[in-house]
Design a protein around this ligand. Structure first.
Ligand code: ATP
Ligand code: MG
Length: 274
């Protein structure tokens, strides 16, 4: 089925679905095609920043659908809008125009408080700079996230120790961030993201500050989460080879999705080098 999603795209997913967002003027071409698998839907999203007299357009009429259980890698030159896109999907920021729907919630209409609750319930973040709380141990950093989402021991299924074991840090529970290597800190960040049992895990350059070996461990931890629990994972990176492990690769250029590649046979993280 030929779908009218994003006419500038070189590849378009061919799925049976519900078409929403007709082109203005009644041309009948659907702009966004959603199915029950759709987790993230962006419709005609614009994000501008006012800088004194000038306006910067970071996202320029972007449409996008991400499905549940997908592993997505976003590539693009510096300034192309990758972080902006991730921030809008994760409810860190709101669009200037258009709609952002995540897991059935139209978060583009949310105020700050609703966005905070949305992030807490649904999104795990792994940033380039690890953002751990320096005065808390690995276990306490993860416990903090568990408490925020009321999944603390006795309430939820998993403890901080379970989550840290999942990312290979069972032996580092009581280390403070300064006592951990960069890769270990980043794996604590992955464990913390998992604490919420989020619908969506977002990583902005999660391997950006790490050497190859430790970067790969972090990538393996994220990939394992995707495989084991079917989580939707979206990663922004400058490491092009990393795209080989994704189900789909989005290329951003000047605030628009310029190309989507579908990997019929995504590689395991062990199979790639950068
Ligand atoms: N808070 C802000 N205020 C003003 N302009 C901004 C702001 N955030 C981003 N921009 C601008 O929006 C554009 C897109 O920025 P964004 O951070 O999304 O790029 P990026 O693709 O993540 O780049 P990089 O690869 O360098 O991280 C850039 O031109 C940037 O200067
Ligand atoms: Mg960025």
């Amino acid at each position: 089925m030929q779908c009218g999603l994003l006419d500038e795209l070189e590849v378009c997913e061919h799925v049976q679905g519900t078409c929403v967002g007709e082109e203005p003027g009644g041309g009948g071409m659907p702009k966004v095609v959603t199915t029950e698998r759709s987790l993230v839907v962006l419709e005609d999203v614009v994000k501008t920043y006012r800088m004194g007299e000038t306006t910067v357009t970071a996202l320029n009429h972007t449409d996008l659908v991400l499905d549940r259980g997908e592993f997505v890698v976003i590539l693009g030159p510096s300034g192309s809008g990758k972080t902006t896109l991730l921030n809008l999907i994760g409810g860190i920021d709101s669009p200037s125009e258009g709609r952002v729907v995540v897991d059935g919630e139209d978060i583009s209409r949310y105020g700050q408080r609703e966005l905070t609750l949305f992030r807490r319930r649904k999104v795990g973040f792994v940033f380039q700079f690890f953002n751990l709380i320096p005065t808390l141990t690995a276990r306490e950093n993860v416990d903090f996230a568990l408490e925020l989402t009321r999944r603390h021991d006795g309430h939820g299924k998993l403890t901080a120790a379970d989550l840290l074991a999942k990312v290979g840090l069972a032996e580092r529970l009581d280390h403070f961030p300064y006592q951990l290597s960069g890769g270990e800190q980043q794996r604590v960040a992955v464990a913390r993201a998992l604490a919420k049992d989020p619908a969506l895990i977002l990583g902005d350059e999660p391997t950006g500050n790490l050497d190859f070996r430790t970067g790969k461990l972090v990538l393996e931890a994220l990939h394992e989460v995707h495989v084991a629990s079917g989580k939707t994972v979206v990663i922004v990176t400058h490491n092009q080879p990393l795209a080989a492990i994704a189900d789909r690769v989005l290329h951003l250029r000047e605030g628009r999705v310029s190309q989507i590649e579908v990997n019929a046979h995504p590689l395991e993280p062990e199979g790639i080098e950068w």
